[in-house]
Design a protein around this ligand. Structure first.
Ligand SMILES: [Zn+2]
Ligand SMILES: [Zn+2]
Length: 131
């Protein structure tokens, strides 16, 4: 059982996740690239039932990316609060590692959609590619 805290860049929205971390996934898909603005997304997968907003709920907006995936974000600074992926992780929330206050402690465990990565990005040697 662990507790992790996250917050957006402007500081208006703060959240907490209580419960065992399922995994930490680096995803190379095009949705992660677009919605996170990076070469890949890195997600800390936590049980949805242990997630709660501590401050700033009024500032959260929702974007429905697909019929099973959505993203909530701070309407002031745009930082991702969490995503859901009903396809691969029903019942879980995906927290962007960069938004977690102690993200340095959460190293990547698995990789997915490596076939979609930019060709000049090296996959991690010690993390299995699972789909
Ligand atoms: Zn913010
Ligand atoms: Zn992805």
């Amino acid at each position: 059982m662990s507790s992790i805290l996250g917050s957006c860049h402007c500081g208006r929205v703060k959240w907490e996740s209580i419960g065992d971390i399922e995994t930490v996934v680096r995803c190379y898909c095009s949705i992660c690239r677009k919605t996170q603005g990076g070469d890949y997304g890195v997600w800390v997968v936590v049980p949805a039932k242990g997630f709660s907003i501590l401050e700033g709920a009024d500032h959260i907006n929702k974007y429905e990316g697909t019929n099973v995936s959505s993203k909530k974000y701070c309407s002031v600074c745009g930082t991702t609060v969490h995503c859901t992926n009903g396809n691969h992780y029903p019942g879980y929330m995906l927290l962007a590692r960069g938004t977690i206050d102690e993200g340095n402690e959460l190293s990547t465990k698995i990789q997915v959609y490596t076939q979609h990565k930019y060709e000049w990005i090296d996959v991690l040697k010690d993390s299995p590619a699972v789909f």
